[in-house]
Design a protein around this ligand. Structure first.
Ligand code: AMP
Ligand code: ZN
Length: 134
């Protein structure tokens, strides 16, 4: 299933590593390796579609219900003041991975985000905190 060259298809098939916070037959959610803030997750439909306008209606509901649940768990796990749910489609919009995904990103009143590559230990530790609250 999926696209041999697509990193998110490879994660879905278990061929590339990821810190998974949630998985069912249709969806996988894992930590972004370059978080805008700690706790930044990506929610991904397992079937490969590049852009949101290609996603069948049946997939949209489940994708956003999962993003909402992860947002709630993330807010609690990381004591965030706010959460952004973001979807980029098309290079012009800033998309870098051409397999549909929704970003769930915690934000803080008093802290400007400092984006950087996270260690695998960090991602695993935070993923475990979010998983506990799902
Ligand atoms: P976008 O600009 O919406 O396409 O975002 C792609 C996101 O995927 C970026 O935030 C990257 O940091 C993230 N990313 C790329 N490769 C991986 C990976 N192997 N595991 C986790 N996150 C990734
Ligand atoms: Zn894919």
């Amino acid at each position: 299933m999926g696209n041999a060259d697509c990193i998110f298809c490879r994660i879905t098939r278990g061929e590339a590593p990821a810190s998974v916070v949630y998985e069912d037959e249709d969806i996988i959610a894992f930590m972004d390796i370059r978080p805008v803030n700690p706790g930044h997750t990506l929610v991904v439909p397992k079937r490969h579609y590049a852009y949101i306008w290609e996603l069948p209606d049946e997939e949209v509901g489940k994708l956003f219900v999962t993003a909402r649940r992860i947002a709630a768990a993330t807010k609690e796990a990381l004591d965030a003041d706010g959460v952004r749910i973001v979807q980029l489609s098309g290079r012009a919009a800033g998309q870098e991975v051409f397999h549909v995904h929704v970003h769930v990103i915690p934000y803080y009143d008093a802290k400007a985000p400092q984006r950087r590559r996270a260690t695998q230990e960090e991602l695993e530790r935070i993923a475990a905190e979010i998983r506990k609250r799902l």
